[in-house]
Design a protein around this ligand. Structure first.
Ligand code: FES
Length: 154
């Protein structure tokens, strides 16, 4: 009789452990999996993007900036106050926030930690450790702005 009670207690305890352990594992999986999916880049090569037409030059007023998608990455296209067009990766070199153009100070600015880049993409203030990646820009025959990734540094 005593052995049966002990065996029953053991099996209840074991069952309870399995149930609680399974619940904890399911809970952790439900919490950790989405975090890992968010943090880790997806598998597979990113499709190559050639040139990208980002619209008519006439639609870009001087001293403005606009974020466009180049493949899966954001690119900031800036028309300077003097009318030049420049394009840079819009991913801050500090902790990968998306930068924006500040017409009031004529800088590319990262709101996350107050990082500043000049209109050459150089990091000039705040925590960003490197310049922004620059893209080549050309204006086609129909006055469209076309950007393409640089094949050489600079
Ligand atoms: S992420 Fe841009 S300054 Fe920190």
């Amino acid at each position: 009789m005593e052995a049966t009670d002990c065996a029953r207690g053991f099996s209840r305890r074991k069952l309870l452990r399995w149930v609680v352990g399974g619940w904890v594992a399911a809970f952790l999986g439900a919490v950790i999996y989405p975090i890992l999916r968010y943090v880790l880049p997806p598998q597979g090569a990113e499709p190559e993007v050639g040139s990208l037409n980002v619209g008519s030059l006439d639609d870009f007023a001087p001293n403005t900036g606009k974020i466009v998608r180049y493949g899966s990455k954001p690119v900031i296209v800036i028309r300077t106050a003097a009318g030049d067009v420049r394009a840079f990766s819009a991913i801050c070199t500090h902790l990968q926030c998306t930068v924006q153009y500040r017409p009031d100070i004529r800088h590319i600015w990262c709101a996350c930690h107050n990082g500043h880049y000049d209109l050459e993409g150089r990091n000039i203030a705040g925590p960003p450790p490197r310049p922004l990646e620059r893209f080549d820009v050309r204006i086609d025959d129909q006055r469209n702005i076309v950007i393409l990734r640089r094949t050489t540094g600079g």
